[in-house]
Design a protein around this ligand. Structure first.
Ligand code: SAM
Length: 236
C-alpha cells in the first residue's frame, strides 16, 4: 500500500473510532495544536463546512460558552448546541447579510475556510476557482473577523497562490503556509494560517484574475514551491 493511501486509511479509521464525521477533522486538530487559534468561549465561522468534521472540532474547542457558525452549499446535520448551521453559497449577494444575522453582535475570533469547488479534473480551472473562493472569504473578513483575530484557509497550490498570500499579508502580519500531517502529500492543498488581523483588507485589483488569466492551461503553474510542511512568509 502506498504511503498516502495508508495515511488516508489511518485517518479514516481514527475518524470512525473517535466519532468525527470526516478525516478532515484531524487537519484542523493538527493546525490548532500547532497555532492555538481556537480557544474556549471563542466565536468561530467555518465556511465550506460539510459534512462537518471541522465543526465538530471547533465546537469542542470553543466549549459551551462559545459559538460556531457553519456555512455550506449543502445541508449539514446538526452538530451541537453551540453550532449554528447555514445553507448557502458564499458567492450569493445575500450571503453577507445571512452571515451577519447569524453572528449577531460582535465579530468572530477565527474564520475557517476549507472550501473546495466542484472538481472538474482540469487542474488549472480547479485551482483558479478554489483561489477565487479564498478571495471571496478574504473580502468578507473586515465585517466578520475581530481585529487581532485569525483565519485558516485551504488553498490549492498553483500560479494564483502567491497573489492570494500577498493579499493576506497586507491584512495579517503573520501568515504561514502549513501542510498538516493529515493532509495527503499527493494533494495540492495547503493551509494558509493567518494571525493578528489588522481589521482591513486590500481591495482586489479587479480583472487581475478574471480578465488577465482566464481558464487557460499554463504548463508553468502547477508547482508553486510551497509544498514544504511549513513555510514562514515574511511580511511584505
Ligand atoms: C473539503 S469540503 C469541507 C470539509 C469540512 N471542513 C469537514 O471537515 O467536513 C469543502 C466544502 O466546500 C463547500 N463549498 C464549495 N463552494 C462553496 C460555496 N460557494 N459556498 C459554500 N460552500 C461551498 C462544498 O460544498 C464542500 O462541502
Amino acid at each position: 500500500m502506498r504511503l498516502d493511501e495508508a495515511k488516508r486509511d489511518h485517518y479514516r479509521k481514527r475518524a470512525k473510532e473517535e466519532g468525527y464525521r470526516s478525516r478532515a477533522a484531524f487537519k484542523l486538530i493538527q493546525i490548532n495544536q500547532k497555532y492555538r487559534l481556537i480557544n474556549p468561549r471563542d466565536r468561530v465561522i467555518d465556511i465550506g463546512s460539510a459534512p462537518g468534521g471541522w465543526l465538530e472540532v471547533a465546537s469542542e474547542q470553543v466549549g459551551p460558552d462559545g459559538l460556531v457558525i457553519g456555512v455550506d452549499l449543502v445541508q449539514v446535520k446538526p452538530v451541537g448546541k453551540n453550532v449554528k448551521i447555514l445553507t448557502g453559497d458564499i458567492s450569493s449577494a445575500d450571503f453577507p447579510d445571512k452571515l451577519h444575522y447569524a453572528l449577531g453582535k460582535g465579530n468572530a475570533d477565527c474564520v475557517l475556510a476549507d472550501l473546495s469547488p466542484k472538481i472538474s479534473g482540469i487542474w488549472e480551472m480547479d485551482h483558479f476557482r478554489q483561489i477565487e473562493l479564498c478571495h471571496k472569504v478574504l473580502d468578507l473578513l473586515p465585517s466578520i473577523l475581530v481585529r487581532g483575530g485569525s483565519s485558516v484557509m485551504k488553498a490549492f497550490q498553483g500560479a494564483e497562490l502567491d497573489l492570494l498570500v500577498k493579499r493576506l499579508k497586507k491584512s495579517f502580519p503573520r501568515v504561514e503556509v502549513s501542510k498538516p500531517n493529515a493532509s495527503r502529500s499527493e494533494s495540492s492543498e495547503v493551509y494558509l494560517v493567518s494571525m493578528d488581523f489588522s481589521g482591513k483588507v486590500e481591495p482586489r485589483q479587479l480583472g487581475a484574475l478574471e480578465e488577465e488569466r482566464p481558464y487557460e492551461v499554463r504548463s508553468d503553474s502547477v508547482e508553486s514551491g510551497l509544498s514544504s510542511d511549513r513555510l514562514t512568509l515574511a511580511p511584505s
